[in-house]
Ligand binder design. Structure first.
Ligand code: SF4
Length: 383
């Protein structure tokens, strides 16, 4: 399989001003916390571009990137070096000035975590002092308004957590179509208000937006949601289990020792202290393959440690416990019944998809995928 071009995952900080109960920040993060040195961040960006390793950079990996004191300097540099820049924020530091700067600097993708849909479920987020649910929504709305008013090209995604298929730590938020439709209706209203204040076309009707499908059972293409306004989408994102480490109580992993994962070929993960992990799930720095304080990004990405991981995976071996858990099946501790199948092979993944979404949805998704990928689809399946 071809190595790169990769996404540079630059973890500017693993500090976060939330302690969401569905996240590793709520009690599972044992790695030391810190903030990346700005010179190191700029150097890593330069090296990634100069060596042709990355074409895009994600600035939020394990923490809240907007808490980095020089976030805008780093983002500006990445944009000027030609990288596609994304930011994923919980929204606790968003205000009109921050939103304006994000749009001005030319961030390509801004992902805002809405996560929990209402006042009651908001309680599990444990946000910064003084921020309540209404304040959280207000910050998001101001950001959307700023985007529309400024005509910024930044694509904004609102992520609402869909727990129909997986409940991180057993927490349930949006589980059925009716709840999802309510959330969609609320954000449609918000966007309609913004559009009318700025003389823009209103969003389509709720029925048109929902498209006659069950919103929580729909198989969404990666990071595509309902388009509320041009460049503003609501995504019903499946609950993230962080490689089966946020399991529901009563469940356990059956580790997979055989299988394959493409991520070591297509990601470079640089933690705030320069450690490089094999993938974006390694919040505790358990699987480190180098450090960019004493190596270049190219030396890590093409170096012996990562080559060894790739060679073993290409031969079908999954050696590290983090990967074994991530690709493993999940079973009920009491009954021994498998409740989620392993995702270690392509066949596993196809069967898991059919189990979750049914045959017709899986086929229609495959057809859409083939159409979108065009001639590139054979490359993808040959990986
Ligand atoms: S298998 Fe390993 S490399 Fe792949 S996503 Fe899981 S933890 Fe990351």
């Amino acid at each position: 399989m071809k190595v790169g071009p990769a996404v540079l995952l630059l973890d500017l900080t693993n500090h976060c001003n939330f302690r969401c109960e569905f996240c590793f920040q709520h009690g599972d993060l044992t790695a030391r916390k810190g903030v990346m040195d700005t010179d190191l961040a700029l150097r890593v960006i330069d090296q990634s571009v100069d060596a042709g390793i990355a074409t895009e950079v994600a600035t939020s990996v394990f923490g809240e990137a907007l808490m980095h004191p020089e976030f805008f300097r780093i983002a500006d540099h990445a944009v000027k070096r030609g990288l596609t820049v994304s930011v994923n924020t919980k929204g606790g530091t968003l205000d009109t000035e921050t939103a304006r700067r994000l749009f001005d600097v030319g961030v390509h993708t801004l992902i805002i975590s809405l996560n929990t849909p209402d006042e009651k479920s908001w309680q599990v987020n444990h946000g910064p002092p003084g921020l309540d649910f209404a304040g959280h929504l207000r910050r998001i709305e101001q950001t959307l308004e700023q985007k529309v008013a400024s005509g910024a090209r930044t694509h904004v995604y609102l992520y609402a957590m869909n727990t129909h298929f997986s409940r991180p730590r057993g927490l349930a938020f949006i589980e059925d179509h009716a709840t999802a439709l309510k959330v969609l209706s609320e954000w449609r209203e918000v966007c309609a208000g913004i559009a009318s204040r700025h003389g823009k076309p209103l969003p389509p009707s709720l029925e048109q937006l929902a498209g006659g499908e069950d919103l929580v059972k729909r198989k969404w293409p990666v990071d595509q949601g309902v388009v509320l306004l041009p460049g503003i989408e609501l995504v019903f994102k499946e609950g993230h289990m962080w490689g089966n480490r946020m399991l529901e109580p009563g469940l356990e992993v059956v580790p997979a020792t055989r299988g394959f994962c493409p991520l070591p070929w297509v990601q470079v993960v640089v933690q705030w202290n320069g450690d490089c992990s094999i993938c974006c799930l390694d919040y505790n720095r358990d699987f480190v393959v180098g450090n960019v304080r004493d190596m270049t990004v190219a030396e890590v990405f093409h170096g012996p440690a990562l080559q060894q991981v790739r060679a073993r995976m290409a031969a079908g071996h999954i050696d590290h416990p983090m990967c074994q858990a991530c690709l493993g099946a999940v079973r009920d501790k009491a009954t021994g019944e498998i409740v989620r199948r392993a995702t270690a092979s392509k066949l596993d993944r196809v069967l898991a998809s059919v189990e979750k979404y049914g045959v017709s949805r899986s086929l229609s998704y495959l057809w859409r995928f083939v159409k979108e990928k065009g001639p590139g689809v054979s490359t993808f399946f040959n990986r």
